[in-house]
Write a protein that binds this ligand. Structure first.
Ligand code: DLL
Length: 433
């Protein structure tokens, strides 16, 4: 079983927790050098922090706090100590900017190196980083970790899909990193270009940055004949490298020597019992330039098997697949649902291609939910009776899952919009009609 930093990755829980408390205290002290936390944490007495759960004595930090303190309001070092800036991918409002010192970049690369090696990838692999470089953290985040472990790293970025395929073929790429939606699009272009997606040298894929279901993972694995590993992170917490699956593929290990995790009820902010699904709240434990305390990630997940050691030997906690974001939740006809539930049903039908859209409208004050899907040309022969049956089954299975009856629309293969970055799945027109 390969490890990048075996001692730290398998540190006994008691030692890990002791380290967390020490680092939490240091983080509180350091954060008070920033304009924002100096007032926010004014009368905090560090001696009250004796166990990791004591972090709950501190107030939350939200995205709004980061926006209101744009640009350097959370920074704790002189400007000339900062060597990198990234920004979150939010499309509305002011960007959220994150700064790093040289040590922060080094720590981040170390965490990503752990993730990579944990999947069985490493030196000797040819790594194609098919994800956006730039302010988005996916590109440079994986890049630095990949170089650290010694992979031949191809910074191919997103787009120019035919060239991506050419690079994969010519340089015998063995490992890729991409969003699940884009890599499935790459497989479609491969087929169009006359290639068999599982005829390449690929063996491992890192997929993340957007919600995707277990079925979508399986589809990626089957399409390319690889092992695909889920990767979770966000710019505010560096980017990728926060939590990643090991070869067990049973939850993502979150690196607890660097991040302190809580799972809270998104409405009340109260701590939930272990194993309950809620919002992830994370405190950075040794970031220099920009420590963040109790950050409300907005992401919904639960802790998997708390206290039980993973078969891989790592002691760091595992989180489940991300179900969605608190702000992703759709309320349709009064029912709460997440796009990932619909995706799960769709991907269980091999006749359905990977790109889909959920369209919400309001007709005579009633919500309607339409699911637009493309058929997989390889598996569908145009028989109308089969099409009717498929429509009936998809409709029924979605209704069973979400308790709302959808209208299922079939679209020509390749006709729904593709995205190179994070896929846009939901079109909510209810405010407009
Ligand atoms: O998406 C960082 C990243 C890059 C992670 C590459 C993994 C791979 P942001 O652009 O700040 O950062 O978006 C963060 O994306 O709060 C989640 O809602 C969502 N997200 C990230 N990874 C996953 C995942 C990067 N594996 C936001 N599953 C997060 C589901 C994910 N959602």
């Amino acid at each position: 079983m390969p490890f990048w930093d075996k001692e730290m990755e398998t540190l006994p829980r008691a030692e890990l927790e002791e380290m967390q408390v020490k680092r939490l205290k240091a983080t509180i002290a350091r954060s008070q050098r920033s304009v924002f936390y100096r007032t926010r944490l004014k009368e905090i007495d560090e001696s009250r922090f004796n166990k990791p759960e004591d972090v709950a004595l501190l107030p939350f930090t939200t995205k709004t706090d980061l926006r209101n303190n744009y640009d350097f309001g959370l920074v704790t070092v002189p400007k000339n100590e900062i060597i990198r800036m990234h920004a979150s991918s939010g499309t509305t409002g002011k960007a959220t900017v994150i700064f790093h010192t040289r040590k922060d970049i080094e720590t981040w690369a170390e965490l990503v190196a752990r993730c990579i090696v944990m999947t069985g990838a490493g030196k000797g692999d040819v790594f194609q980083n098919i994800i956006s470089y730039g302010l988005f953290t996916g590109g440079l985040g994986l890049h630095y970790g990949a170089e650290k472990v010694g992979m031949l790293t191809i910074p191919s970025g997103v787009g120019n899909t035919k060239r991506q395929i050419q690079l994969m073929k010519d340089f015998k790429t063995t490992v890729f990193h991409a969003t699940p939606s884009y890599i499935l699009y790459v497989s479609e272009v491969m087929v169009e270009e006359g290639y068999d997606p599982n005829g390449f040298d690929l063996r491992i894929g890192f997929v993340g940055a957007e919600p995707h279901s277990e079925k979508t993972r399986q589809r990626i694995e089957d399409t390319f004949d690889i092992d695909a590993y889920n990767s979770y992170g966000m710019s505010e917490l560096n980017g990728p490298g926060v939590a990643f699956e090991c070869e067990e593929k049973n939850g993502m290990h979150l690196w607890e020597d660097r991040y302190l995790l809580e799972v809270v009820d998104p409405r009340t902010g109260e701590e939930l019992a272990p194993g309950e699904e809620g919002e992830l709240v994370v405190t950075t434990l040794d970031r220099e330039a920009m420590p963040i305390i109790r950050y409300r990630t907005g992401d919904l997940a639960r802790i998997v098997d708390e206290g039980e050691r993973c078969a891989c030997g790592r002691t760091h906690v595992r989180i489940s697949r991300i179900k969605g974001r608190t702000d992703d939740m759709l309320i349709v006809k009064g029912v709460n649902l997440y796009p990932s539930q619909i995706e799960d049903v769709l991907m269980s039908f091999p006749e359905v291609a990977a790109t889909y859209q959920i369209v919400l409208k309001r007709e005579s004050s009633l919500d309607t939910l339409t699911v637009r899907v493309e058929l997989n040309p390889k598996l569908f022969d145009g028989d109308l009776r089969k099409l009717k049956k498929l429509e009936y089954e998809i409709t029924k299975n979605i209704q069973d899952e979400i308790e709302v009856r959808p209208t299922v629309e079939f679209h020509e293969p390749g006709s729904l919009p593709r995205s190179e970055g994070k896929a846009v799945r939901v079109i909510d027109l209810r405010g407009e009609l």
